[in-house]
Design a protein around this ligand. Structure first.
Ligand SMILES: [Zn+2]
Length: 333
């Protein structure tokens, strides 16, 4: 094609060229398909300044993709979804005014900022932040955002949160939650993990959850799910566990609670027909979940109940008490 060469400063024949080039982003070569023109008279290569195909922007996008980082449009969409301004979000995050704007326009965020961005895109974290900094947005706006946040949660999680929090309020991480925020998606997927291949009696499931959280605390000083466990007559169980189970039974098609009649008793079993989403769990959490599932695979509900009655955390508490994770040090497994 004919065009103006910036070097010859006159109309010459320009060759359109596309080729792969490595662009170095944070010491990593990122392969990008770049487009440019070459003047056939003087040989100079130059980019069309009107082109939207900015190689650096493409390289950043690819780098973010490879490293599972937040893309600029995700931040914009998030703000639009909840109708908050760049200034409001900056204030919530405690960032300077220009930072967020630069990221939305394609600058590559640093790692610490990316971690914060990824956390904030989770509805529950965003809600916590709004609660902790109520001065940043008006009360009316906060109420609207809270409504949207609850709507964006999934069936079981939503129904459980509303029910549980209305009845019992929220709790902060403490020795009773294994120093962790309650993560309902993890409880949900732990339940599916434990019940996937064989139907598990309800009383056994409660102990499996207890042993997984306490075993993880014993080894890593933090629980998996953030659940609190109470001393109940049949052993330790997630506090108010009937609410988890009722929410699961009502909201999830792939989980049923079935009553089964045996010679001398009626038992409730969890029947699961879906696969757990294991991407919620870290490597250490998966290791502990697997260990606990295998260790107790041949235990009846009665046998695991008896073992749990011998735990010092159980013996040192009374009916209805919460069991501190500090007792995990002496756990029998
Ligand atoms: Zn030229």
């Amino acid at each position: 094609m004919l065009g103006i060469c910036p070097n010859c400063e006159k109309e010459t024949t320009l060759e359109f060229i596309k080729r792969d080039e490595n662009i170095i982003v944070r010491n990593e070569p990122i392969k990008v398909n770049v487009e440019f023109y070459k003047c056939v008279e003087c040989g100079v290569e130059f980019r069309d300044p009107k082109s939207l195909n900015d190689p650096l922007a493409i390289a950043y996008r690819e780098y973010r993709h490879v490293h599972n980082m937040v893309q600029p449009e995700q931040i914009k969409e998030f703000r639009e979804q909840y109708n908050i301004t760049q200034q409001e979000l900056s204030n919530l995050l405690g960032w300077g005014g220009a930072t967020l704007s630069r990221y939305e326009n394609g600058a590559l965020q640093d790692e610490a900022h990316d971690t914060v961005l990824r956390l904030i895109l989770e509805p529950r974290n965003f809600r916590d932040l709004l609660e902790n900094k109520p001065e940043v947005v008006s009360e009316l706006k906060r109420k609207k955002i809270n409504g949207l946040l609850v709507d964006s949660m999934k069936g079981f999680e939503k129904s459980f949160m509303i029910m549980y929090e209305e009845l019992f309020g929220r709790y902060k991480p403490s020795k009773y939650s294994g120093y962790k925020e309650l993560e309902i998606a993890k409880i949900f997927n732990s339940i599916i993990f434990f019940c996937k291949d064989s139907d598990v009696p309800k009383t056994k499931l409660n102990k499996l959850l207890f042993y997984a959280d306490f075993k993880h605390f014993k080894e890593y000083t933090v629980s998996i799910t953030g659940a609190q466990y109470a001393h109940l007559p049949f052993g330790p169980a997630p506090d108010h566990y009937q609410y988890y189970l009722a929410a699961l039974d009502n909201e999830e098609e792939n989980i049923r609670i079935e009553e089964r009649v045996f010679a001398d008793y009626i038992g409730e079993f969890l029947v699961v027909t879906t696969n757990p989403n294991l991407s919620y769990f870290s490597t250490s959490e998966l290791k502990i979940l697997t260990t606990v599932k295998e260790y107790f695979s041949n235990f009846t509900a009665k046998a695991i109940s008896e073992l749990s009655h011998r735990e010092i955390g159980y013996q040192s508490t009374k009916d209805g008490d919460l069991i501190s994770y500090e007792y995990a040090a002496s756990l029998n497994i």
